[in-house]
Design a binder for this molecule. Structure first.
Ligand code: PRP
Length: 187
């Protein structure tokens, strides 16, 4: 049995994902100039694949850096606990910063990151997320660019995991019940 056998349905197929990521890149190309030289802050681990594709579609000069924030256990529900596991390698004072996220759920992670990065005095701070679940929002944070609004289903693939697996799937999918049950002990 492979990873794909655990998928009940494909919510966003690979082609639709790639087309939307290219569109988002065009929007980012239009927001910034080469002189702005924005810093794309990829929020690990989930956004690694989105960032990797997004950066290849960008035409403006830019840099990338990484932060890792932990807010979830191995289960499907946010613990609400947020902490920095890996911080940026550089100062962002006076820089144009674009946060690149895979998904905004409750909004707690993004609320924490934006408040934290604001204290470092960037020239501007914007947010680009591939996915958003508006139905689950607890903290309403302005988001500049959203790839897809999705229903309140636990999704995996294209960087998103369940118990650290399924990140490599090239589409966004929903798991079968059995896939959760077999890992119940880890939740
Ligand atoms: C996910 C996702 C966001 C956050 C969104 O990260 O990448 O950072 O949860 O949830 P929220 O809006 O309720 O805060 P996760 O903690 O699963 O880590 P990962 O990206 O390393 O898988």
């Amino acid at each position: 049995m492979g990873l794909r056998d655990d998928v009940a349905k494909v919510l966003i197929p690979e082609k639709a994902l790639q087309a939307r990521v290219a569109e988002l890149a065009r929007e980012i190309n239009a927001i910034y100039t080469d002189e702005d030289r924005p810093l794309l802050v990829c929020v690990l681990k989930g956004a690694f694949m989105f960032l990797a594709d997004l950066t290849r579609y960008l035409e403006i000069r830019h840099e990338i850096d990484f932060m890792e924030i932990s807010s979830y256990g191995k289960g499907t529900v946010s613990s609400g606990v947020v902490r920095i596991l890996l911080d940026l390698a550089q100062s962002i004072e006076g820089r144009h910063v674009l946060i690149v996220e895979d998904i905004i759920d409750s909004g707690r992670t993004l609320d924490y990151i934006t408040r934290n990065l604001h204290t470092r005095q960037p020239a501007s701070l914007r947010v680009c997320t591939l996915l958003s679940k508006p139905a689950r929002r607890e903290i309403d944070i302005p988001v500049d660019l959203v790839g897809f609004d999705i229903p309140d289903e636990f999704v995996v693939g294209y960087g998103l995991d369940f118990a650290e697996e399924y990140r490599n799937l090239p589409f966004i999918g929903v798991l079968k019940e059995e896939a959760y049950q077999s890992s119940e002990g880890q939740v």
